[in-house]
Ligand binder design. Structure first.
Ligand code: T5A
Length: 210
């Protein structure tokens, strides 16, 4: 295993773009390079945050107001950072997360129209502005991602994934804007084509860190 500073990488994107698939594939590719890697996910990634995940993803869309929902995501993230991510990095491990702050910026800030400043303020309090070193956003035409998720789930979706096309279009726009605002950290990656080709594109975007 390599020793040295741990690195924190997040994988992002809209519904069904292949984050979970690529978390496993990219994780294997990094481990094959001798990297001691922890994979994790949001909402979740620690026992407390996994409990909050159940509150966030189950029930009617109206269960939480947009502000309450954003607070729950920020609370789950604070616990995930404190209990899982920071200890792994401190031990010199790399951490690869399926979603992190940028999902809140895109879904709650963009889709639910709270704005990115409000979401960043919650993150400043909850997680002391802790950010990934690199964020890779998988991009597909919206219907393609939802089509992949529907084929997998038979049309069933969670509280947030089940929102309408205009919500998901705003999420997509917000992810694109993040890559413009923070080009050094946030990279858009084409998620079309074969799984192996997508993994290669993701690795290319990490080449300066390897
Ligand atoms: N959320 C989350 C917020 O609103 N704010 C936040 O701050 C956070 C952290 C989480 C929900 O919470 C929201 C976003 C979400 O709505 P989730 O259950 O964690 O929900 O699920 P998602 O992250 O949305 O992920 P999905 O399960 O929808 O999809 P993935 O993980 O992107 O895609 P994956 O890998 O499961 O692939 C989907 C299907 O496509 C196939 C796979 O085999 C699978 O069947 N596939 C491909 N098919 C063809 N070609 C390829 N290259 C393929 N790659 C994968």
């Amino acid at each position: 295993m390599t020793s040295g500073p741990g690195r924190f990488i997040s994988l992002e994107g809209g519904e069904g773009v292949g984050k979970t698939t690529q978390l496993a594939a990219l994780g294997n590719a990094l481990r094959n390079r001798g990297i001691d890697l922890l994979t994790t996910r949001e909402p979740g990634g620690s026992p407390g945050a996994e409990a909050i995940r159940q509150l966030l993803l189950n029930g009617d869309d109206s269960r939480w107001s947009p502000r309450a929902e954003a607070l729950l995501f920020a609370a789950a993230r604070a616990d995930h950072v404190e209990k899982t991510i920071r200890p792994a990095l401190a031990a010199g491990r790399w951490v690869l997360a399926d979603r992190f702050l940028d999902s809140s910026l895109a879904y709650q800030g963009g889709g639910a129209e709270l704005g990115t400043e409000a979401v960043r303020a919650l993150h400043a309090f909850g997680s002391e502005d802790f950010l990934p070193e690199r964020t890779l956003v998988l991009m597909l035409r919206e219907q393609e991602g939802i089509g992949r998720a529907d084929a997998r789930d038979g049309g069933a979706s969670d509280r947030i994934g089940g929102r309408g096309p205009s919500f998901h279009l705003s999420v997509d726009r917000a992810f694109r804007q993040l890559a413009v605002t923070e080009p050094a950290r946030v990279r858009l990656v084409d998620a079309t084509g074969e799984r192996e080709a997508v993994t290669t594109r993701l690795l290319d975007q990490l080449s300066d860190l390897l």
